[in-house]
Design a protein around this ligand. Structure first.
Ligand SMILES: NC(=O)c1ccc[n+]([C@@H]2O[C@H](COP(=O)([O-])OP(=O)(O)OC[C@H]3O[C@@H](n4cnc5c(N)ncnc54)[C@H](O)[C@@H]3O)[C@@H](O)[C@H]2O)c1
Length: 250
């Protein structure tokens, strides 16, 4: 018996480093998982792997900035499985550079992909969750959204601060329907995102971290798992730091 038997999950950015770890972890607990990403081939590869190991999964190509795409994704899931229990708003992009050099288009792009997507996807699934009188939404914030961008751009940091604040608004609005909404604020995680950091920046951050390492995608997926099971049924509107203790040193 898994903790998520019978549950249907959508993971946005499901083809990415953290997204894949979340999909695999929730499938292991019995969930049927939709790996949704702009990158369809990587989602399909993941779904093949999950199905081979006996799990239930589906790949859907979705651009999380496109409302029509998101509605299509929700319709497809409802047609196939008839319910949506869990949404993990995980899709995101990184950006670098000081405010003085940040192009307006870059600001808009980062805010659209990282923040507006959380509004659009949450809005799209909440009807189904309200009808079921249960649901879990988990949003991917960031340490940068708490302390401001140092390595990463102001647009990235502001988008993640927005995600964490939107988490609180959603948590208040959806609590009467037995829907929990929480966020994670990870420090650096070993994915393509931190591999794109400017030379030296990652080592410097790890050095500043009391636990002297970056997170693995599995470290993040483990916390997501906690937040989507009944083990955390009385937690809502929380932002959980997963950062090796670095906030103590900033
Ligand atoms: N890696 C880190 O250090 C770190 C730290 C804190 C927070 N995060 C957050 O975790 C989340 C996952 O990041 P990751 O590290 O796995 O990075 P990643 O680059 O491996 O994965 C991000 C995924 O999002 C997808 N994506 C990008 N734009 C999209 C769009 N418009 N529509 C749909 N999908 C889109 C990408 O195709 C990719 O598969 C992001 O929100 C990121 O900001 C990451």
């Amino acid at each position: 018996m898994g903790k998520l038997d019978g549950k249907v999950v959508i993971v946005t950015g499901g083809a990415g480093g953290i997204g894949q770890a979340i999909c695999r972890t929730l499938v292991r607990e019995g969930a049927a998982v939709v790996a949704s990403d702009i990158d369809l081939p990587r989602c399909q590869k993941l779904v093949e792997e999950i199905e081979k190991s006996g799990g239930q999964a589906m790949a859907i190509q979705t651009d999380v900035t496109n409302k029509a795409d998101i509605m299509r994704m929700v319709d497809t899931v409802m047609q196939k499985w008839g319910r949506i229990d869990i949404l993990v708003n995980n899709a995101g992009i990184i950006s670098f550079g000081p405010v003085a050099e940040l192009a307006e288009e870059e600001w808009d792009r980062v805010l659209r992909i990282n923040l507006k997507s959380v509004f659009l996807c949450s809005q799209a699934v909440m009807g189904a969750m309200k009808k079921q009188k249960s649901g879990k939404i988990v949003n991917m914030g960031s340490l940068a959204g708490k302390v401001g961008g140092i390595v990463v751009s102001s647009a990235y940091a502001a988008s993640k601060a927005g995600v964490m604040c939107l988490t609180l608004s959603l948590a208040k609005e959806l609590a009467p329907f037995n829907i929990n909404v929480n966020a994670l604020a990870p420090g650096p995680v070993d994915t393509d995102m931190t591999r794109a950091f400017p030379p030296g920046a990652l080592d410097q951050t790890i050095n500043q971290t009391p636990l002297k390492r970056q997170a693995t995608p599995q470290d993040i997926a483990n916390v997501v798992l906690f937040l989507v099971t009944e083990d955390s049924r009385h937690i809502t509107g929380e932002v959980i730091d997963v950062n090796g203790g670095i906030l103590m040193d900033i």
